[in-house]
Design a protein around this ligand. Sequence first.
Ligand code: DUC
Ligand code: ZN
Ligand code: ZN
Length: 476
Amino acid sequence: MTEFDLVIRGGTVATASDTFRSDVGITGGRIVALGSSLTSAKQTIDASGKLVLPGGIDAHCHLDQPRAQGLASGGAIMADNFESGSLSAVFGGTTTIIPFAVQHRGQSVRAAVEDYHRRAGGKAYIDYGFHLIVSDPTQPVLKDELPSLIAEGYASVKVYMTYEAMKLSDRQILDVLDVNQRAGALTMIHAENYECIAWLTEKLEAEGKTEPRYHEDSRPMAVEREATHRAITLSEVAEANLLIVHVSGKDAMEEIRRARARGVKIFAETCPQYLFLSTRDLALPDFLGAKCMCSPPPRDPANQAHVWQGIEDGLFDIFSSDHAPYRFDEGGKLMYGPKISFSKVANGIPGLETRSALLFSEGVMTGRLDLNRFVALNSTNAAKLYGLHPQKGTIAVGADADIAIWDPERKVTITNDMLHHNVDYTPYEGRTLTGWPVTVLSRGQVVCHEGELLGKPGQGQFLKRFRAKKGDRAWT
Ligand code: DUC
Ligand code: ZN
Ligand code: ZN
């Protein structure tokens, strides 16, 4: 009888489609057997009473992005690098992250990719890929760099419709959509109307309305709705698939529903901040609202309810953190002082470690979601969309043994002290959740167990990702 490296025994396994009692046999970092009474193992983990789930995939997080003006950061220092970010992720049950390699204007995309490999190399506790961000789609970028990088394993490209130093024109977005579709990359888009935001910001500031709560007034739902509609239209014109990232509320969701009803293939992401934070958090006194400032902003409770509806009914394909970590200090959110206008505050909140447990507790444990839909949102769909499936995102023979063992009854009160990021706050401080990942494996190695770190920085590997192109057979 073959001896497994490790057997996870007695747990309830759930994938995006099935829930079943099974042992999981692991050898050489991969799942090699599913069945009852798997014996003969060098190591055994008792998972009785626990859930054995595919490790989470956080397909939208920002790590170690250099300081620059005209971006979401407004020049603030990003608090997490690939070491602290991936550490935080794995303690929250996430075993794959896909941060961004950002092209700045005037820079080649390849140079950006090389820079991010230097930043990530030897640091990550878990596997990672890179989405490309294109801010300067010159002819060499469109003709040479993008097609060759996509062919090398960068199967997704994000573009922005806002931020001074990032935004592309409609024409440029069409070009990028077209190249991506031909080369086999999924285009992701940040959909907010730049001109509206600039106009509203100027007006609010002239009226002296500068506190963090005015952040939402400067980019209301209509601003996101228009851009979402336009982005979808551009994808129809270019005949290219598109994923709308960080969808925050009803109006944008309606644009997505309408597009799908006329047969357009649009994918959609939302994030914990649109379920768990609201304009009330932005209105906290003493500038504390800045801790919850991100873009698009958290909306009102009615929009939160709509986002929950989209989580439940399948409108959303993926659930990501959009972890964009800035400390609440003079290097981060308070870089220009505590009395500064909302327009100068770094946009972004931390969330790598809390993403999955928030959704599990408030989605699965309340009965809003079944476990399989949770797995799909937390892991499997991102693997499929971004070219990692079936290596990642499922529990199946042949898949990497990236597994999070959850105690579904564990009560955890979130405090920043228990988290492993390098941010000095969490927007979810004091919230009590039910269910937490207690043991997390990456390629069959236990990285953390009951709060103890057993992994090492650098054990995470870079993942090349490929998507099927038009005409490819899906199973090849
Ligand atoms: N908004 C972004 O567009 N990116 C990072 C974080 C944020 O709030
Ligand atoms: Zn964005
Ligand atoms: Zn983002």
